[in-house]
Write a protein that binds this ligand. Sequence first.
Ligand code: NAD
Length: 467
Amino acid sequence: MALDIVNPADGTLITTVPVTSADEVGEHTADALAVFRSGVWSGLAPRERAAALVRLATLMERDAETLARLDCEDAGKPITECRDGDVPGAIESIRWFAEAADKILGATGATPADVVAFTEREPFGVVAAILPWNYPLAMAAWKIGPALAAGNCLILKPADATPRSVQHVAALALEAGIPEGVLRVVTGDGPTTGAALAADPLIGALSFTGSTATGRSILTAAAASNFKRVSLEMGGKSPQVVMADALGYGDALIDGIVEAAFLTAGQNCTAGSRVLVHESILDEVVARLAAAAQALVVGDPRDPTTQVGPVVNDAAADRILAAIGASIERGARAVAGGAEVRVLDGGRYIAPTILTNLDADDPILTTEVFGPVTTVQTFATRDEAIAMANAVDYGLQATVWTLNMADALVMARAIEAGVVSVGAYSEGDLTVPFGGWKQSGFGGAEKSLAAFHQWTREKTVWIQLPT
Ligand code: NAD
């Protein structure tokens, strides 16, 4: 079996890659366990692993243009996003975790005088990561960095549609001197290759980024197999709360909301897909947002002037257009977009869409559309804004736009999300954890030293001293 890798820009076939069967996954995990136990990687001093990872980051820098092109072609992401965001972010992630390799510390117990007890964090052995298509390289780097720094052997399954940047990095890992078999890539689809990883008895930890429905099935498979440690980073329905004083941010307010809504054509886990605006400034905010959305350049993602590229495939386009259509049928008004745009034959492009006048029971307010669509609702009080922000099953990210410190702090505490930003749409940088609450996340965050929880297990050593 093979998968077609198709360019979402124009539907052309780029290449095909094999679907790795369950038996082949089993061979990979057995072999990876042998590599782990040989100590060629796990037995190195952490500083030596760090040096190899720094070499990998340097090689990624050398090949940055290639890596950006591969993600642009496979995922249909604008080349500028890949070149200026995803690729430098991925390189920084590998470097950051390389530097952290010898900072994975344990603790000493407060024991009686005749006992010495300490804890240490050890690698699992064989670990796996299952990746989404929307940030192919960036999500891989969040996993490669800490998993390898901790001494594990990592098996990466890129999303069905976007394997090539990850395959390129695996080749660079060998060039960097990371021993063969430490980082391997298995291409394939979810039901075959992904499900085999989730059920594999030799994998000690599995980190998944993707949809909530798939996350649920992975957790079930882990429980039914070997209780591998599972970390899930899943979908979102992130609010952008615009308080009455938010116009004080000037253009940064509108630019930030538009970026949150339409980055990667809105196919982004933290997409700001719900704008909640104080009633006193609703008309002005809607008018300015509509103008800014209409001004975005929708085009061929390979063109550096493009700001919004295609959606990933036909099924996604049909799903997004159906969601917009159903909302309009219920009375919603598209103040920007609302329809498909013709750019290149074979690609599917949707105009950045802003919906107002929404029915309170419209499913678009609570489900992840995963496309260039955001809704605008209004509120009168801070408490009402908090209640609306929390009225979804997801809890990944939220942005609060206010210059009032008390409002900012009260809302940062009250909003149920793993990341709350104030005054800018942001997921934070590598120094702070990123992970979802509620049905957006489970089992531990990515980034920062907190990421090592996903990739190491704690051991207590208890030593009775002879008396
Ligand atoms: P998806 O769940 O369809 O696929 C993700 C990965 O899971 C792919 O590699 C796929 O092959 C695999 N998979 C599918 N079925 C599987 C199964 N039964 N068992 C094991 N693996 C299986 O998601 P997607 O469409 O690639 O990505 C979009 C989703 O990812 C959105 O919901 C988005 O919000 C989410 N996402 C979350 C984050 C985050 O950090 N929270 C980041 C990016 C994307």
